[in-house]
Design a protein around this ligand. Sequence first.
Ligand code: PLP
Length: 403
Amino acid sequence: MKLSQMARSIAPSPTLRLNEQARLLRERGEPVIHLGVGEPKNKAPRAAIERASALLEGGYVKYGPTAGQPALREAIAGYTETFYGRRIAPENTIVSASAKQSIYNALVSVVNPGDEVIILAPYWVSYPEMVRLVYGVPVIVPLRDAAFEPQIAAVEAAVSDATRAIIVNSPNNPSGAVYSSAFVAALVDLAERHDLYLIMDDIYHQLVFDGSEAPSAYRFTQRDVDDSTIIVINGISKSYGMTGFRIGWAVAARQVVEVMTAIQGQIITCPSPLTQAAAEGALTGSQEIVEDLRRTMQANRDAMLDELHAIPGVRVTRPAGTFYCLPDFSAYNPSSEALSDMLLHKALVVTVPGKAFGAEGHLRLSFSGNREDLIEGIRRIKWALDPSGPNEIYIGDHKIVRD
Ligand SMILES: Cc1ncc(COP(=O)(O)O)c(C=O)c1O
């Protein structure tokens, strides 16, 4: 088969591959615990269901405007004012069929072939591949230490004449770190000095713990949104737990939005008006669900940390947000892929190798699932790593053997 060189260079998402492995094991009746998946267990907010149901009931679901339904773009402008203290126009927003698509659309709109895009480790697995998809060159700022916040000097050192953009994700998948105000302010300053796009993936910005806040890039710029190179990405997948609705958005200068709209029109015409109606319901309805989710995730984090602290030699940095934790297991195995593989086959626990996120020696563990499951999952990991423990354990009537 003749495939394009670029297509052949793209790695499949390791998390989606692990989902598939877990599904196959479950199908065989194996009691798999999935600590790989980033998806809360909640039901969609009532207002979201009602809005979408009303539209569906009317039976009239047709193409809509390419940049999104006017009511949802208004709602996003309202959301931006509420959470970012920025008044923007609906024309500064574009809705896409997921935040993932919003990021891709932003990249394809601002990156020329051969342009460099700076990515900070640990990074979300899709960023380097998306940069490659637009014929850009990902430039990784390597992991520095367990605090998981890069040094601004390292970011500055990565800037070259070919740099076009920086992608930043805070609260961060996979580490759960929330970057400090000082760091975000320094990033904005750096981007403005070098005239770089600053793509802020804020998808987890409402999922922060212990009364803290995720500092927004807008706080540190004097520029109006239309003169700014900041592009904010957001969506309903994480804060509202509406992963299956596939709605995300970008907020940017009108000129950037216009280009993104032209491109989107050629690819999907428009995101589904049905799920846009649900997204509008989520943004304008009761926000209690977000707070409930945040509280649940904080309690899950605490439960996971308690269990992880009981494993000797594992170094854990307390996540300040998201629903991920990135403990350092290098004392057990420097290869995160080998360790993750062993844990899947011996302990029937799905973890994601840190290598995929630029964090070799670490495993990404999600605490978005049931609390009992995550406690059981970490206990199984502890058992699998403890040579002095029993050689076999029973999960229900299912026996698993270490060696
Ligand atoms: C950092 C980050 N950005 C974006 C996304 C994608 O969100 P969506 O479901 O809207 O595509 C994810 C999902 O895992 C994510 O972790």
